[in-house]
Unconditional design. Structure first.
Ligand code: ATP
Length: 741
């Protein structure tokens, strides 16, 4: 990488476009005082991103712009452009030539351009640091600032040295990492805050979701329990109904048959009572029998009388000879008595007649009595007796017939009565059975009513299930009913199960429904959606935190690594510089010694960013390193830099600057009258060192020193006329000597 040229337009006294080419390693710029030479060194600072106006002898950006003179009006902008040869890709850009330009406007706003494209200052600074062109400006030594490195604080000195050692890139990287780490920590804090804000809502939603899950679990349970309950109940009701029908069929049939039979029996009984003429017949017969017996007894008595009379007659015949039938005697006596009684009341005339008649009658009786004592009379008696005996016989025959008829009737009636009793018995037992059946049927219809109620309850429960579990409820009849071993239950097993268990199932369902009602979720869909969104956000934030932690850890590691690298390189760099410093110092002073030493200053630094990922979560008392310079001069007892003369200070700082440049050569070095304080002998040594230095860096030397001019390959003369505009001219050594004055 090589600096090709610088181009100034409207910058300070360079009102017009002025371009300086640096085709050689040592370029000297000469010119009289106030012609604008230092403005060129400042142009370098300016374009390299210098922010301190003071270090460019201005108060504000506007001061960098050509301010106009009598003839030439002021400019609106100032620009400085550096052009580098980037053939070796020292700048990590795929261009053979790289231009860096800065433009400042009157309003003070600066613009940076990289190969004519607007970029940030930061991009410029980083790009430059790649080529070891640091921002501390140690490679631009302004006029009167040669001993800046000596007068600087140890911390500033350290910065200059870090810059010189090419550690700026690492520093930038570290700063960058630290910035990122800080940003990451901030993001982490923000994310954590968001998570904290989200947490209660998420907890609430989580609770709601748990409830929803419980509800869904309950619903599933209720659904299953309902299906089981309804399934069992429907089977129970169906079988119970079937069995009821079955139970009813037999008694109903039997009753029907019985009814018919009872009617039949009743009719039969009715018919029997109508047939009572048998009895009346019997009464008649009995009456006849009685009459017949009386008759027979009469005849028997007559027969006895006849037989008595006969026997009496026979005895009278034997004893008296005449036998008068008693009846005739009785009849006669009665007649006499009658006649006599009636005679009592009669007149005597009539009485006479009556007694006469009575005497006649007595005569007749006595006459008749005489006749009956005959055998003919006896024969008559025999005939009568035979007649009576015949009559008796007839009567006895008839009586026998009647008795036989009565017996027959009685026997008939008896058997009839037996039959009736049978019918009655059957009727009664039939009626008893019928009421038995009726009570059975009453019982069955009571059962039927209970069953009907149960069916109604079932219907309501089914409707309720439908409202609760929807169309699933309809699937109860295909719900698999199994025992605890998962075996399918038979209808009989289901039906014969203790009803108490089914009641318990119903109670359980009721309890579940109450529980479900108690939880009573609102819009579950919305809650679930919100929960999903919130937890997704939470997961995202958690991931974010993790990612941030990972990157924070990485950044922390990077910072640590960079710090370590910086430390190592710095210590090593200082050691190498020390060697060169000592050599240059000895060369300048012809002896003595110079040493840089690292000093530690404790500084409390508390990085929140580091804290979050650092194991040692505490305030770190960071040790800041500064650089001290210790020198000894030959033949002099010098105890500190402050005791050096101006020349000695210049020599010492030149020795240090050269040492620094030697160790890590910058691409170019601008020295503005660094040699001003040197005497002739030292100027020569200075010239030698410059040549030595030019082997590694391009040198741009602003000088009045002849010796220095003599070492330059190209000399530029700067002049200024009355118009106040700096003008550039290429001059030869002799001309330069003139111009320089
Ligand atoms: P010396 O040899 O004495 O150090 P020099 O050659 O380095 O001098 P400079 O200091 O670079 O000279 O130039 C300063 C000149 O630039 C002054 O004359 C000053 O008026 C002029 N100048 C500075 N800023 C502006 C500006 N914004 N517009 C016009 N001229 C300016």
């Amino acid at each position: 990488m090589r600096l090709k040229s610088i181009e100034l337009v409207g910058f300070k006294s360079f009102a017009r476009k002025t371009s300086l080419d640096f085709g050689v390693t040592i370029t000297a710029i000469v010119g009289p005082n106030g012609s604008g030479k230092s403005n060129i060194a400042e142009a370098f600072r300016f374009v390299l991103g210098e922010q301190s106006m003071k270090s460019m002898r201005g108060r504000r950006g506007e001061d960098m712009i050509w301010n106009g003179s009598g003839g030439v009006p002021r400019s609106g902008r100032a620009s400085v452009k550096l052009i580098f040869d980037n053939y070796d890709r020292a700048f990590n850009l795929d261009f053979d030539e790289v231009s860096i330009e800065r433009v400042v406007h009157r309003d003070g706003i600066s613009e940076y351009l990289l190969n004519s494209s607007v970029v940030r200052l930061r991009d410029i600074v980083e790009l430059l640091s790649q080529a070891n062109i640091g921002a501390s400006g140690h490679h631009i030594i302004s006029q009167g600032e040669a001993d800046r490195i000596l007068s600087a604080s140890s911390r500033e000195r350290r910065e200059m040295l870090e810059d010189a050692l090419g550690l700026t890139a690492y520093l930038y990287k570290r700063e960058d990492a630290e910035r990122k780490l800080e940003k990451t920590a901030e993001n982490m804090r923000e994310v954590e805050m968001l998570r904290r804000e989200l947490a209660p809502h998420l907890r609430f939603l989580h609770g709601q979701v748990k409830k929803i899950e419980e509800v869904s679990r309950l619903q599933t349970e209720i659904s299953q329990k309902y299906l089981e309950y309804l399934g069992r109940e429907s089977i129970y009701l169906r079988v119970a109904q079937e069995q009821l029908e079955e139970k009813r069929a037999a008694p109903q049939g039997e009753r029907k048959v019985l009814e018919v039979r009872i009617t039949q029996l009743r009719t039969e009984i009715g018919n029997k009572s109508k047939n009572d003429n048998v009895a009346s017949k019997l009464v008649v017969l009995e009456e006849e029998s009685r009459t017949m017996t009386q008759k027979r007894e009469q005849v028997t008595r007559r027969l006895g009388r006849i037989e008595g009379e006969e026997a009496l007659r026979e005895r009278m015949v034997k004893e008296v000879g005449v036998i008068i039938p008693h009846a005739q005697v009785e009849e006669f006596v009665r007649h006499v008595e009658q006649e006599l009684k009636e005679s009592l009341t009669l007149d005597v005339s009539l009485l006479h007649a009556r007694i006469t008649a009575l005497l006649t009658r007595t005569k007749e009786f006595l006459g008749r009595l005489m006749h009956t004592t005959s055998e003919q009379h006896i024969e008559q008696d025999h005939a009568r007796k035979a007649e009576i005996e015949q009559e008796l016989h007839d009567l006895q025959g008839k009586e026998k017939d009647i008795t036989a008829a009565i017996v027959k009737l009685r026997t008939g009636m008896e058997s009839e009565r037996e039959t009736s009793r049978e019918i009655e018995r059957e009727l009664f037992s039939g009626m008893a059975r019928r009421s038995e059946l009726e009570s059975i049927l009453v019982q069955l219809s009571a059962q039927e009513q209970i069953l009907a109620k149960e069916r109604e309850t079932f219907r309501l429960e089914f409707a309720e299930a439908g409202a609760l579990i929807g169309s699933d409820a309809a699937g109860f009849d295909s719900y698999p009913l199994t025992n605890t071993h998962g075996e399918k239950l038979t209808v009989t097993e289901i039906f014969t199960e203790d009803r108490a268990l089914q009641q318990e199932r119903r109670r359980k369902l009721e309890r579940l429904k109450i529980r479900l009602e108690e939880i009573g979720m609102g819009n579950t869909k919305e809650i679930l959606q919100e929960y999903k969104e919130t937890s997704t956000r939470e997961e995202f934030l958690a991931r974010e935190i993790k990612d941030l932690e990972v990157s924070a850890r990485k950044l922390y590691q990077l910072v640590e690594e960079l710090t370590a690298t910086l430390q190592t390189r710095f210590v090593a760099g200082i050691e190498t510089i020390n060697i060169e410093f000592n050599i240059f110092f000895k060369l300048m002073f012809g002896g003595g010694s110079a040493t840089l030493s690292i000093v530690h200053e404790e500084k409390s630094r508390r990085s929140i960013a580091l804290e979050s990922v650092s194991e040692k979560n505490e305030t770190t008392d960071e040790v800041e390193e500064g650089i001290d310079i210790a020198i000894t001069l030959p033949h002099k007892r010098i105890k500190g830099l402050h005791m050096l003369s101006g020349g000695e200070r210049a020599l010492t700082s030149i020795a240090l600057i050269f040492a620094m440049s030697q160790v890590n050569p910058p691409p170019f070095l601008i020295l503005d009258e660094t040699d001003a304080a040197l005497d002739e002998a030292n100027s020569r040594r200075y010239g030698d060192m410059i040549e030595n230095l030019a082997q590694k860096s391009q040198l741009i030397l602003i000088t009045h020193n002849r010796e220095t001019m003599s070492r330059a390959g190209v000399l530029y003369g700067i002049t200024m006329n009355s118009d106040g505009i700096s003008k550039l001219l290429s001059v030869h050594f002799e001309e330069a000597l003139v111009v320089a004055k």
